[in-house]
Design a protein around this ligand. Structure first.
Ligand code: GLN
Length: 187
């Protein structure tokens, strides 16, 4: 399958590598027309205010709101998928959740920890960089992982969102789960 990585900002190459390790073709998506060529889209981390601005500029907001393409958001990508953002307006409204940005506190701005993720494994290395957490989940949202009672991974139908950066490690099992489980299930 061809899987896209939204390539407006953030860690694109690393995600493409994980797609390839999962046995599929990864392409950098820069124009909305490319959405027709892919079976799923990864929204990378970076800075979600900038990401949203660029998505508005290049027409991705409307295109993705109207699309039922499976999507996987990491960190800033998770923020973009949320229905609500604390103190701001929600954006794509694909995950029925409220996210809070930069919410692990200044002392632990960035950290790594081993995560248990339901349906994937109990030894996933989570790299958190000024990460958001999921403060609330609505109906039909499945909680897949928590860190100190903070929700850091969720799934709702064909949408997956995590607070951390799986692409920054060599462990591609989260991407593999998105492609070989979530996308295949929706076919
Ligand atoms: N702190 C960033 C934001 O709120 C997200 C950080 C990241 O993607 N690593 O947009």
């Amino acid at each position: 399958m061809k899987i896209g990585v939204l390539a407006l900002q953030g860690a694109v190459r690393e995600h493409i590598r994980h797609i390839e390790l999962s046995g599929h073709e990864g392409i950098a998506v820069k124009r909305v027309e490319q959405l027709n060529e892919i079976e799923g889209l990864i929204l990378p981390g970076g800075e979600s205010t900038t990401l949203r601005r660029l998505m508005n500029l290049y027409g991705f907001k409307e295109a993705l709101q109207q699309s039922s393409l499976p999507m996987f958001g990491t960190c800033a990508g998770l923020i973009v998928l949320a229905q609500d953002i604390v103190g701001e307006t929600g954006y794509l409204n694909k995950l029925n959740i409220t996210v809070e940005r930069n919410s692990f506190g200044r002392q632990v701005d960035s950290f790594e920890t081993e995560l248990e993720i339901k349906g994937i494994a109990n030894d996933i290395e989570g790299v958190f960089i000024r990460a958001p957490h999921i403060a609330n989940v609505g109906e039909n949202v499945e909680i897949l992982s928590t860190v100190n009672d903070k929700i850091v991974a969720v799934k709702q139908n064909q949408y997956l969102g995590v607070s951390f950066h799986p692409e920054l490690t060599d462990d591609y099992r989260v991407t593999d789960y998105f492609i070989n489980k979530i996308i295949k299930e929706t076919h």
